[in-house]
Design a binder for this molecule. Structure first.
Ligand code: ADP
Length: 167
């Protein structure tokens, strides 16, 4: 039986923090489906295709053999429904701090009530990347700051290209 985990988020773009959790999940299951949440009315910095390609490229650069254990999908409804649709038995979430824990406990309780067969699994953020948030990475990059230490190299290149185009 293939053990599949669903890892939902915005990944706009993938940071070293997201990658840390994704690698921990890939270590534990046969397949991870990264679910990119699409919210109508919210304009992301990167399109779904751009975000998905970056995730695939970065994982491939870490370990090419892991690409076969990775799938990237868009979803626009409840994460638990998307997890069920890809036959996942687990929902992966990263924990950075107590604030994440409080919120994630509520979320996992609600999700577990709606879909009891899908278990939430928390991975602790690695100390070196736990302070990173996608929102801050975007803000710093837009203001001309250097985000090299917060994102994988292909994401850094994509950020520079995106901001150059935006002028
Ligand atoms: P962000 O908060 O950076 O915009 P997302 O909404 O895409 O990220 O988060 C998706 C998942 O990734 C959540 O479970 C979140 O806790 C986790 N995550 C995000 N950044 C980090 C980090 N620096 N370390 C560990 N987990 C993280």
């Amino acid at each position: 039986m293939t053990r599949t985990a669903f890892y939902p988020g915005s990944f706009d773009p993938l940071t070293n923090g997201h990658l840390d959790i994704l690698m921990q999940a890939l270590h534990c299951v046969d397949k991870v489906v990264v679910g990119i949440g699409i919210h109508p009315g919210k304009a992301p910095m990167f399109s779904f295709d751009e975000r998905a390609n970056l995730i695939r490229q970065v994982v491939g650069e870490v370990d090419e053999s892991l690409q076969q254990c990775l799938e990237v999908k868009a979803f626009d409804g409840l994460a638990v429904d998307a997890a069920r649709d890809c036959a996942a038995s687990m929902m992966v979430r990263g924990l950075r701090d107590g604030t994440d824990l409080d919120y994630e406990m509520q979320l996992s309780g609600m999700n577990g009530t709606m879909q009891p067969d899908i278990k939430t699994v928390f991975f602790p953020a690695t100390p070196a990347t736990r302070f990173i948030t996608g929102t801050l990475v975007r803000q710093i990059a837009k203001m001309g700051g250097e985000v090299e230490k917060f994102v994988p190299a292909p994401v850094l290149t994509a950020l520079h290209e995106k901001l150059q185009k935006a002028g």
